[in-house]
Design a protein around this ligand. Sequence first.
Ligand SMILES: *Cc1c(COP(=O)(O)O)cnc(C)c1O
Length: 394
Amino acid sequence: MGTITMNTPNTLKRVLMGPGPSDVDPRVLEALSRPTIGHLDPAFLEVLNEVRELLQYTFQTGNEMTFAVSGTGSAGMETCVVNLIEPGDSMLVCINGVFGKRMTDVAERCGADTSTVEIDWGKAFEPGQIADALKKKPAKVVGIVHAETSTGVCQPLEEISKIVHDSGALLLVDAVTSLGGMNVDVDGLKIDACYSGTQKCLSCPPGLAPVTFNDAALNVIENRKTKVRSWYLDVSMIRKYWGSERLYHHTAPINMNYALLEALKMVREEGLEQRWARHLANHKTLKAGLSAVGIEYVPEAGFELPMLNAVSIPAGVDDAAVRKQLLDEFNIEIGGGLGAFKGKAWRIGLMGSASTLSNVMLFLAALEKCLADQGVKFERGASIAAATEQAGAK
Ligand SMILES: *Cc1c(COP(=O)(O)O)cnc(C)c1O
């Protein structure tokens, strides 16, 4: 047997400016530490009702079937796919980054007759590309990522939603990174199924996946010919716990639901529109600062996400060394590139509680120090000056 070491608890405090998790507010951490009660205790069932109500607010939906899956964002993805797809059903997945690829893998594992439409990473889909793919092969479900965290690309959904519905398919949207940081208008966009995660712009620890299904999606689930290929994620059973029957299915993660409720209360108190505006303003300030020292964005112009800034690493700069220095000297975490962008891009998150002017300024100052240590030539202080200007200094 190995040696058992009695380490002191991890009390490290970082500034989480990566692709998630994001900084968790002390109010949410306090909620997490409240006494655990039973999963059928009337007081806990009241917590679930409030979670649902605030998720409906955040998703902007009246969908009754709105709840939090026990698991992270990927469990939300799997819940949507496994419930909507029966083996042999056709599904079209749109791939322009890591998470579209993941959804394809999930669809294949659920037995879908999967087809894909793939475009260059860093680009957003044009509606015509989806229309063409559906003309070639109609689908029962079309899956697309709203905020592609691997590339920093924002995918407009309005026209695509129309094309998908005109073809007779259901629209499944990954809103893991977008929910709580930008407009995710489930009812307005007629999204049939949508999932998210708690640790991105909701600023809760990872562990739950908010999902919502509209009536069209529920109709498909209710009329399945075969059992859902996952016992744990079967919505027809889970809805009997989240609905009025309150039938035991699996033990809800009690304390995570306390935490999510508190995080959602903070979303409600701030107001959705104010929250989106805050994310956008801090993104613009960061962008102004980065541009001033010659750092460019990966996504095509006009499609940059407000909460996830994917930028090209300047030539000659050591990716790993800079990220290590940010962590060691400044306690700042940012993300490296994924897949095709490994070693080529940094992913700077400004998600939820971490989307603040002080984090933007701290990061720019820290990055200038790292770039200077790397021997990069730039006008010292230029990023701070540009950010100050952008933030509306007199
Ligand atoms: C983070 C993320 C996921 C996966 O969520 P996990 O919580 O890591 O399981 C899925 N899709 C997108 C767009 C994400 O950013």
